[in-house]
Design a binder for this molecule. Structure first.
Ligand code: ADP
Ligand code: MG
Length: 172
């Protein structure tokens, strides 16, 4: 099965994904956790953040998910996912696909700004930042939408709900 955790930078995808991963991993050794930044690094950081490069990256992510799934690996992928087309492709190509969307207000993200990208983008120092000069179209049909505008404990509680929902889909 493949769990996609979608959201803008700083929305809490990695925090939530890691939490779910750590809880499930002992019982499911065939589970991997990946995120967009990890994959970019694995691929040798050959892509930038233009729309065109983001499309290429999205193609890599979806194809990798399908390959791993078809090899009996459960995948948790924290992904910004800018393109509805990718989400549609996942639904059509992965039998057990579960999509979580972390909805965020830009104000909260700018305040958190863990990578410092929003401030730089707002000051015009960098381009191609989703939420500033690239619009983020929310996913159209997530299985679960969560808000992450309170503390980490609340976010982790949502992780528990996700685990309950995906357990029947996980492969042994
Ligand atoms: N509800 C929250 N309360 C406090 N800090 C949070 C919360 N959600 C996320 N964070 C922190 O904000 C930063 C960004 O979260 P992260 O999971 O890396 O986001 P993403 O992977 O979506 O970019 C991390 O340092 C994370 O621990
Ligand atoms: Mg992340």
């Amino acid at each position: 099965m493949v769990l996609w955790i979608i959201g803008m930078s700083g929305s809490g995808k990695t925090a939530l994904g890691k939490r779910v991963y750590e809880e499930l991993k002992p019982g499911y050794p065939n589970l991997v956790f990946l995120d967009g930044d990890i994959l970019r690094e694995i691929m040798g950081d050959d892509l930038g953040h233009t729309i065109e490069d983001r499309k290429k990256n999205a193609g890599r992510i979806t194809r990798l998910c399908k390959y791993l799934d078809s090899s009996g690996i459960n995948v948790i992928f924290a992904v910004l996912s800018l393109f509805h087309e990718s989400q549609r492709w996942m639904r059509e190509n992965i039998r057990d696909y579960y999509e979580v969307y972390i909805e965020s207000d830009l104000g909260v993200l700018v305040q958190r700004d863990s990578k410092g990208i929003y401030k730089k983008a707002i000051n015009g120092e960098i381009k191609n930042v989703v939420g500033v000069d690239i619009a983020f179209p929310p996913p159209l049909g997530p299985d679960l939408t969560i808000k992450n505008d309170r503390g980490l404990d609340d976010l982790y509680r949502e992780g528990g709900k996700i685990i309950k929902s995906i357990k029947p889909l996980l492969r042994r």
